[in-house]
Design a protein around this ligand. Structure first.
Ligand code: 5GP
Length: 203
């Protein structure tokens, strides 16, 4: 019997509201674990070290990379972002399902390392809403917003490489859809091989 938890990768362009969807999802389904990433970007107002991210210097970040301590990492908008391996591995071993909220280059590395993971992409109802949300958030200057929108376009072009796509038209509805696709992925044949082996054992 395979008791390992399921690894779930959630991506989507900056400003699509994936953090908000994930928060609503975790509130409704607290049995899921979400990984806390490491980043070299400066904390935004209200963000706390060890809660939103582990805020590392470049040296600290690359030290962990060189020790083989990152499951994946990528540079996004000039800053490093990565998933510390240890928490994810230990939680999966305990049979807990773990969600990574990461960008597309990191997700591709996870696909190579963990092909059984479930890959989900969140898209906005239209591009205009994405731009409005980024401007409305007020956390970035105009130049950073232009960069994030260009990155968003690149990311959207890779959405079809994911197993599932969810539209975030309303947070609660998107969180419900997220749960539906994760539960469906649990029964995907690629995740059920051990069951077939079990049945065939006595055949
Ligand atoms: P933000 O600066 O807005 O918090 O995040 C920028 C982007 O980095 C988002 O698309 C977010 O999903 C992604 N990101 C956050 N943590 C990680 C991580 O550990 N690895 C990778 N590859 N991307 C991450």
């Amino acid at each position: 019997m395979d008791d390992r938890g399921m690894l779930i990768v959630l991506s989507g362009p900056s400003g699509v509201g994936k953090g908000t969807v994930l928060k609503a999802f975790l509130k409704a389904h607290p049995q899921f674990r979400s990984s806390i990433s490491a980043t070299t970007r400066a904390p935004r107002e209200g963000e706390r070290n060890g809660v939103n991210y582990y805020f590392y210097s470049q040296e600290e970040f690359y030290q962990l990379v060189s020790e083989g301590g990152m499951l994946e990492y990528a540079i996004y908008n000039g800053n490093c972002y990565g998933t510390p391996k240890r928490f994810v591995e230990e939680a999966l071993q305990r049979g807990e399902d773990v969600i990574l909220e990461i960008e597309v280059k990191g997700a591709a590395q996870v696909r190579a390392a963990c092909p059984d993971a479930c890959f989900i992409f969140i898209i906005p109802p239209d591009f205009h809403q994405l731009a409005e949300r980024l401007r409305g958030r007020g956390t970035e200057d105009a130049e950073a917003i232009v960069k994030r929108l260009a990155a968003a376009k690149d990311e959207l072009l890779r959405a079809s490489q994911y197993d599932y796509i969810i539209v975030n038209d309303r947070v609660e509805a998107a969180a419900d859809r997220l749960y539906t696709v994760i539960e469906a992925a649990r029964y995907a044949s690629k995740n059920q091989k051990h069951l077939i082996d079990e049945v065939l054992k006595d055949a």
